[in-house]
Design a binder for this molecule. Structure first.
Ligand SMILES: NC(=O)c1ccc[n+]([C@@H]2O[C@H](COP(=O)([O-])OP(=O)(O)OC[C@H]3O[C@@H](n4cnc5c(N)ncnc54)[C@H](OP(=O)(O)O)[C@@H]3O)[C@@H](O)[C@H]2O)c1
Length: 281
């Protein structure tokens, strides 16, 4: 059986460090840092994620608010409200919960939160800083994946790392982070020819394709580390990932579970970005 790359061990180690930083902020007399989540509609999965983000931030000592819009809110209504939050000095971090309704164009939405408050790390300026020099805010899910690799001491430098998926939220920043960590990176997407044979070259395979059980043993190099970013609810109501864990387990040396792997580390990384935003003032 492969090592299970679980989030709880990472959280147990890193959360106290964030609590200490928040205590330092309190001692310095900083008014309670404020984090705002913007939610459009009420998709059940989004409701759960938003509640977790708000609760974790509140537990850490943030004033955490939810700004809620109905599913039929107009693009300009939401954009204008975010503009108000951008100008509000009491707000340190803003996150727009995805997915948004179909009439919201992702390319446009990415520009709405001012880069200094973009704790999701998705603004092109922040993605550009990640690609070119010192990053400011790094996209939370890829940051969570790197935390797993670091915590479990999986070597990255000099290794071949594959990323299945090229979204702006996960795949692209993931590839940048792996490059920064000196991996040789192969990015795969829906137009990639024979992704299985490319994936079988990879010492580390990060799967963020949004396709339930897409990756089975035929994608895996024996002994590889496999990180499953996907989250789905299957026909039996069970939470599963993009990786067919039963098929992959006999081949991989390390595998992240779903649930309990990348998901909670996305929230930990978000909190790290929020604390950083609060410390910048
Ligand atoms: N754990 C967490 O905290 C967390 C956070 C965010 C997302 N997620 C989950 O991660 C998954 C990916 O999220 P996302 O936002 O990146 O999804 P997305 O925007 O739908 O992107 C999916 C990517 O996978 C590629 N792809 C689709 N089918 C493929 C195939 N058969 N072979 C190779 N590549 C394929 C797509 O290629 P094209 O670009 O060519 O279309 C696209 O780049 C979802 O299940 C999502 O729920 C989890």
């Amino acid at each position: 059986m492969p090592i299970s790359l679980r989030a709880d061990a990472v959280i147990a180690k890193e959360m106290p460090l964030l609590q200490e930083k928040m205590a330092t902020l309190r001692r310095s007399g900083t008014v309670a840092p404020r984090f705002v989540v913007v939610l459009v509609g009420s998709a059940p999965a989004s409701e759960i994620y938003v509640a977790k983000k708000i609760k974790t931030a509140s537990d850490l000592g943030f004033k955490a608010d939810l700004v809620r819009f109905s599913a039929d809110a107009t693009v300009s209504e939401v954009r204008d409200a975010i503009g108000v939050l951008n100008r509000d000095n009491s707000v340190n971090g803003i996150l727009i919960q995805r997915p948004l309704p179909a009439d919201f164009r992702e390319q446009e939405v990415l520009l709405w939160v001012t880069p200094e408050k973009d704790v999701d790390g998705l603004h092109p300026e922040n993605q550009g800083l990640l690609a070119t020099e010192e990053p400011r805010f790094v996209s939370c899910t890829p940051m969570g994946v790197m935390k797993l690799l670091t915590h479990y001491k999986i070597p990255v430098a000099g290794k071949i790392a594959g990323v299945v998926g090229r979204s702006f939220i996960v795949g692209r920043p993931m590839a940048q982070l792996l490059l920064r960590a000196d991996a040789t990176v192969i990015t795969m997407h829906s137009r990639t020819k024979d992704p299985q044979s490319l994936a079988r070259q990879c010492d580390i395979l990060i799967v963020a394709a949004g396709k339930m059980n897409l990756v089975d043993a035929s994608w895996i190099k024996p002994g590889a580390t496999v990180i499953d970013v996907g989250i789905h609810r299957n026909a039996e109501g069970k939470i599963v990932g993009d990786v067919d864990a039963v098929s992959v387990a006999p081949v991989a040396d390390a595998l992240s579970p779903v649930p309990g792997g990348v998901g909670p580390l996305t929230i930990l990384s978000l909190m790290e970005n929020c604390v950083q935003a609060a410390m910048r003032g």
